[in-house]
Design a protein around this ligand. Sequence first.
Ligand SMILES: NC(=O)C1=CN([C@@H]2O[C@H](COP(=O)(O)OP(=O)(O)OC[C@H]3O[C@@H](n4cnc5c(N)ncnc54)[C@H](OP(=O)(O)O)[C@@H]3O)[C@@H](O)[C@H]2O)[C@@H](O)CC1
Ligand SMILES: [K+]
Length: 464
Amino acid sequence: MRGLWTTARVRAAEERVMAAVPPGALMRRAAFGVAVVAAELLAGRRRVGLLVGAGNNGGDALWAGYHLRKRGVTVTAVLLEPSRAHAEGLAAFRRAGGRVVDRLGPVDLVVDGIVGLSARGPLRPDAAAHVAGLDAPVLAVDLPSGVDPDTGHVAGPAVRAHTTVTFGCLKPVHALADCGDVRLVDIGLADALPGPDLLELDPADVGAAWPVPGPDSDKYTQGVTGVAAGSSTYPGAAVLATGASLLSTSGLVRYAGPAAEAVRAHWPEAICTGSITDAGRVQAWVVGPGLGTGLGSEQVLRTVLEAGVPVCADADAITMLANNPDLWDARDPDTPLVLTPHDREYERLAGPVGEDRVAAARRAADKFGAVVLLKGHATVIASPDGRTLVNRAGNSWAATAGSGDVLSGVLGSLLAAGLDPALAAACATRVHTLAAALAADGAPIPASALLHALPDAIRTTRTP
Ligand SMILES: NC(=O)C1=CN([C@@H]2O[C@H](COP(=O)(O)OP(=O)(O)OC[C@H]3O[C@@H](n4cnc5c(N)ncnc54)[C@H](OP(=O)(O)O)[C@@H]3O)[C@@H](O)[C@H]2O)[C@@H](O)CC1
Ligand SMILES: [K+]
């Protein structure tokens, strides 16, 4: 499990550590780390260009340039605001033979020291003009300039980083936005940091939490998942969600709805019935994918919410909850509920997502007393108990029709197995992402291919 800390907390920790070490020590450590990674990326090539902004981020870049000069690398620097460039860093850079230029010429690597933790908004026009002309890979100092450190939001021109070197701890931007390969340099902040603001699961965390049968298990001990999804118009959603539940755990899966025949044809092991009223007992429900939003579907949702077991409410279930707030009354507030909206569904439910996806997920989790899984390139999972987890996909292979149905099926089976709902949501998201990447292997895939890659994805997390 990896923690991520917002800039306010990082700054507070830095102040505490700075008071106890010689002036400039933290920047030296940070800059040395940048130089080491730069040398690695150069792999013997010898030309580095620095883009240097007005603050300490630029100071890091200049000191990194100093260390690279000591290794015999040719280093040039563009000072975006010469009068505000970090004075000691600039003096050291010049002493070591670094040259200040108006524009970067041909280089093998660019070091982005335009702006770091103090970043607000996109790149300013002069910085954007320097970045637009780059064709060498970019090593970002702390974070790619132009990306918001706390939200990962990109509102305009921004640096696209091949690699990012950050210091002391990860910040939200590193999980919420594309920072390339992220390297963490220890500058001695760990003991000064409070608990993290966000968490990101490692595959091993997922593997450790994933329910697998023990020596005494039977088909009931892993939990029975109920799937209330699909319609005569959309039987595929039922097939995908039920299949995903079946492939995620060895527990039993019951399907209830108008797509029973289609589900039975694809998944003979599922217990299928045409109506929710005779579905039998389950330990968790998945409700919503392809269900429709008519009166009959509302009754299905009401029945599921009244069942007193954890519920994963997806797609049409979210739309119905948004359209008809009376449906909330059917829910026992002590029973876990996981809502899995994409942005448009979120908007129906709780208003615009806005630039801060973490804040949006937390707002809805508070408002509804539910775990909210806000889907995106970076999926944010907020629990009403305050925990927030993020999962960065790193690719878009899962952005295909039916992919959400698979996710809800996986999540439902983890809820049925008794996992903590926020952990279940994070594990399901991670495995879904892995399955998409494994199935795609470089080429677009339909959701059914993602579905069939689930066992391999789960295996990956369980391999030490
Ligand atoms: N503290 C420490 O111990 C350590 C800190 N370290 C390093 O310091 C970095 C933080 O440095 P920092 O706070 O000096 O500010 P920084 O991010 O360089 O910004 C400079 C100025 O840029 C401007 N600006 C704002 N937005 C902008 C935009 N979109 N595009 C262009 N410009 C923009 C804005 O100035 P303005 O023009 O608004 O007055 C702002 O003040 C941190 O990320 C890490 O690299 C490490 O050495 C480890 C130890
Ligand atoms: K930067």
